[in-house]
Design a protein around this ligand. Structure first.
Ligand SMILES: NC(=O)c1ccc[n+]([C@@H]2O[C@H](COP(=O)([O-])OP(=O)(O)OC[C@H]3O[C@@H](n4cnc5c(N)ncnc54)[C@H](O)[C@@H]3O)[C@@H](O)[C@H]2O)c1
Length: 310
């Protein structure tokens, strides 16, 4: 019998790419998603979708223990910083209680978990660049706090059960299928502005930097982390400023639109960049996609998606 995997959040941006990759590797794939941010259309044809809110831990445990997957990729999350500020209780329920439910059920069936945490929302501007995994987090928003708490449960359950659960702290992920309608995901947002011919607003006058990582590289990082107990930054260790992202995408679109420049919004970081040397050394993983090429590929893919949805 072949291997099987469960992807929570598999109807979302990153999870749907991961489901594609697992199917291509021969896994039988089940997606668990409540479709609060994801869509049915993103779930690949070969995967089964179970519509479920992971906060319903009894239903979640039933699905996981009945299916007994060989691997669990836990991506389902309340993934919006703004929503976490507006409703920290729901953020906590999904990201903390939901994650606890996943590792508890994983313990019953002995399945390793790969948990997607955040590298961008755990630290403040005083962190060294690039930031290593051992830096003590100091999140500025409930989303960072709930992800950090989720990490703690994943590590605690890994230690007590001996099952090698991995925590992957992702940089700023971009690529095809990212929604342009969230508050984050600047590549998708800028692409949509270029598509519709509207000027974007560049906060921090375009100077803030982020560690942009292409979604296919994140998928290979999550697969490499499976079966390894530890915390790994999955990013590029390269800082790119927002103005450069706008410039590269404008070149890809062949359009020239003057952006509006604005001050940084409260709580926004000036810099974020993750040290990936641990993942390179311990997982033998490294990102493959150069940013300029990744931005061009993403713009081309998003253009088709926008045309289909309008
Ligand atoms: N996109 C990034 O740059 C980034 C960076 C760091 C970490 N992450 C993490 O990676 C994971 C995937 O992020 P994404 O960008 O694909 O986001 P996304 O919103 O596209 O995907 C999250 C998925 O989880 C589902 N979901 C939300 N709440 C749920 C619940 N209660 N029960 C079941 N399903 C639920 C949503 O419907 C959605 O399909 C998340 O854990 C996120 O925190 C993302």
């Amino acid at each position: 019998m072949g291997s099987s995997a469960i992807v929570t959040g598999g109807a979302g941006f990153i999870g749907s790419h991961l489901a594609d990759a697992l199917l291509a590797e021969g896994y039988a794939v089940t997606v668990i998603d409540d479709l609060s941010a994801g869509t049915r259309e993103r779930v690949p044809d070969g995967a089964e979708l179970v519509e479920l809110d992971i906060v319903d831990t009894a239903a979640l445990a039933r699905e996981l223990t009945e299916r007994k997957p060989d691997a669990i990729f836990h991506l389902a999350a309340q993934a919006s910083v703004v929503a976490s500020v507006e409703n920290p209780s729901r953020d906590c329920a999904v990201n903390v209680q939901g994650t606890l439910g996943v590792v508890q059920a994983a313990g019953e069936i002995g399945a390793p978990v790969v948990f997607t945490s955040t590298g961008g929302a755990l630290y403040g501007d005083d962190a060294p660049m690039p930031t290593g995994e051992d830096r003590i987090p100091a999140p500025l928003a409930p989303y960072g706090a709930s992800k950090w708490a989720g990490e703690a449960y994943v590590r605690t359950w890994s230690l007590s059960s001996g099952i090698p659960h991995a925590v992957c702290r992702l940089g700023n992920v971009y690529g095809p299928r990212q929604s342009p309608h969230g508050e984050a995901g600047v590549v998708a947002i800028f692409s949509n502005h270029l598509y519709t011919g509207r000027a974007p607003r560049l906060y921090g006058h375009g100077k803030p930097t982020r560690d942009y990582v292409y979604v296919a590289d994140v998928v290979s990082g999550l697969l490499a982390a499976l079966g390894n107990a530890g915390v790994y930054n999955i990013a590029t260790s390269t800082e790119t400023d927002v103005a450069t992202v706008w410039r590269e995408l404008s070149a890809a679109a062949g359009k020239q639109i003057e952006p509006e420049l604005a001050d940084l919004r409260p709580g926004e970081l000036q810099h974020s960049c993750l040290d990936i040397s641990r993942a390179e050394r311990d997982l033998d993983w490294r990102p493959q996609m150069p940013i300029a090429e990744g931005l061009r590929a993403t713009y081309a893919a998003l253009l088709e998606e926008f045309a289909h949805s309008s």
